[in-house]
Design a protein around this ligand. Structure first.
Ligand code: NAD
Ligand code: GLY
Length: 374
C-alpha cells in the first residue's frame, strides 16, 4: 500500500512498502539542502558517506549536498565520474568500488547517487556489491530519473553485448527528489523524461494519459504545479507496480512498454542518435501499431499516442532498418524467454499486457507498414 503524507500540493512522501526493504520517496522543491538531516533517522548516528556524481552535475549541485551533509554531521567523500551513457561501464563501476575502498566505508555507511539514471544505476549496483551491500540513497537530477529510474531498485552497468546486462535488484533506502534541479536540465532531456512519464498513462491509467496530453507544454515550460503532478503521479504508479512485483516476475514487465523496439533502436543506432526516452517513444508507437494490426487495440490508438508525442516534440519517425536487423536486435532483450521475444502490447490506452505468442511475421508486417508510409 502506498501511504502519503501531504504537507503542501508540491511536497509529498510515498512509502514503497517492501517489508525489510521498504523506503520513502520524498518530493519537495529545494530539498537538496536538507538531505543530511533527512538521512539521520535512517542511521544510528551520522558517520561517513560517499556521494557519487558526474562532471556535469557535480559543479551544479555537489556543494549544496555536501553542505547539507556536513551540517548534519556526516563526513563526506566524493567520486566524480565522466558524463555519459558510454561511461556506464565496468571501468566506472570499478572506479566507484575503488573510491569506496579508499574511503574505507563500512557496511552500514551510505553511498549517495547524485545524478540521472546513469549515475543512479551504476551507484546502486556498486552499493549492492561493495561488502555484499551497503545502504544506498538516490538523489535523481533528471526528469527520467525522478519519474522512473530512481524508484524500484533496478541497478546495472552496460556490457558490449547489451545495455544493462550486468546488474542486480537492490532497493535504495531513500529517494530524495528536488524538482528545482530540473531547471538546469537541457530541454531535450526533459522531453525524453516526459516520454517515460506518459508511459504510466499508456500502461495503466487512461485518465493520466489525457491529463499528460493536456499539460505537456506546461511541464516542458517547468510550470511548478504541472511538473509536480508529473513527478507525483509517476512515482505513485512506479511504486505501486514495484510493490506488486519487485523482481519482475509478472506485471512489472509492463513498464517496458516501447522498450523491446526502443532498445533495438538504441542498439542499431549505436546509442548515439536517440536518448533512451526518445527511443522508448518510437518503440511505443511500434508497439501500438502492432497491437492494432493484431486486433488487440482499436484503430486510432497509435495516432492518439503519435499526436501526444508530436506535441511534446518527441521524435515520431521510425528509423529504417531491414526487418532481420530489428528481429536480431530484439533477440537480445532481457524480457525474452528462451528464443521467444516478449512484446508489451496494448488492449487500449491505459491497458497494457505482455504478448507471449506474437508471430515474427506479424512483426515483419508491422515494420514493413512503416516502409509503406514513407
Ligand atoms: P543521464 O543520467 O545520462 O542524464 C542525462 C544528461 O543530463 C547527462 O549529461 C547528465 O549529466 C545531465 N544532467 C543530469 N541532471 C542534470 C541537471 N539537473 N542539470 C543539468 N544536467 C543534468 O540520463 P537519464 O536519462 O537520466 O538516464 C538514462 C539511464 O537510465 C539509462 O542508462 C537507462 O538505462 C537508465 N534507466 C534505468 C531505469 C531503472 O529502472 N533503473 C529506468 C529507466 C532508465
Ligand atoms: N524502468 C523499468 C522498471 O523499473 O522496471
Amino acid at each position: 500500500m502506498i501511504t502519503s503524507a501531504t504537507q503542501s500540493s508540491d511536497t509529498q512522501s510515498y512509502r514503497v512498502d517492501l517489508g525489510a526493504r521498504s523506503y520513502d520517496i520524498h518530493i519537495e522543491a529545494g530539498c537538496l539542502d536538507t538531505i543530511g538531516a533527512a538521512m539521520q533517522p535512517l542511521f544510528s548516528a551520522p558517520a561517513r558517506c560517499m556521494v557519487v556524481s558526474n562532471e556535469t552535475i557535480a559543479p551544479l549541485y555537489l556543494d549544496r549536498v555536501e553542505a547539507s551533509l556536513s551540517a548534519a554531521g556526516w563526513r563526506c567523500s566524493c567520486c566524480i565520474l565522466p558524463d555519459g551513457e558510454q561511461f556506464k561501464t565496468m571501468a566506472s563501476f570499478a572506479t566507484i568500488l575503488d573510491s569506496l575502498m579508499d574511503a574505507r566505508l563500512s557496511r552500514n555507511e551510505p553511498v549517495i547517487a547524485l545524478g540521472g539514471g546513469v549515475v543512479g544505476d551504476m551507484t546502486g549496483f556498486a552499493a549492492a556489491c561493495y561488502r555484499r551491500g551497503i545502504p544506498f540513497i538516490q538523489i535523481p537530477t533528471t526528469l527520467l530519473a525522478q519519474v522512473d529510474s530512481s524508484v524500484g531498485g533496478k541497478t546495472a552497468i552496460n556490457h558490449p553485448h547489451g545495455k544493462n546486462m550486468i546488474g542486480a535488484f537492490y532497493q535504495p533506502k531513500l529517494v530524495w527528489i528536488d524538482p528545482q534541479v530540473l531547471h538546469t536540465l537541457e530541454p531535450r532531456q526533459l522531453r525524453a523524461g516526459l516520454a517515460e512519464a506518459i508511459k504510466y498513462g499508456l500502461i495503466r491509467d487512461v485518465g493520466l494519459f489525457v491529463w499528460m496530453a493536456a499539460h505537456l507544454q506546461a511541464a516542458l515550460q517547468l510550470d511548478t504545479a504541472a511538473l509536480a503532478e508529473v513527478i507525483h503521479s509517476s512515482c505513485r504508479h512506479k511504486a505501486e507496480v514495484v510493490m506488486a512485483d519487485e523482481t519482475e516476475q509478472g506485471n512489472r514487465a509492463l513498464l517496458n512498454l516501447g522498450h523491446t523496439f526502443g532498445h533495438a533502436i538504441e542498439a542499431m543506432t549505436h546509442y548515439t542518435r536517440y536518448l533512451h526516452g526518445e527511443a522508448v517513444a518510437l518503440g511505443t508507437l511500434m508497439a501500438a501499431r502492432l497491437s492494432e494490426q493484431l486486433g488487440y487495440a482499436p484503430a486510432g490508438t497509435e495516432a492518439q499516442i503519435h499526436a501526444c508525442y508530436s506535441a511534446a516534440n518527441l521524435p515520431t519517425d521510425i528509423p529504417e532498418f531491414p526487418a532481420d536487423a530489428w528481429l536480431d536486435a530484439m533477440g537480445h532483450d532481457k524480457k525474452n524467454v528462451g528464443s521467444r521475444i516478449r512484446y508489451v502490447l496494448l488492449h487500449a490506452i491505459g491497458d497494457a499486457f505482455v504478448g507471449e505468442d506474437v508471430p515474427p511475421q506479424a512483426v515483419r508486417r508491422m515494420i514493413a507498414s512503416y516502409q509503406a508510409d514513407r
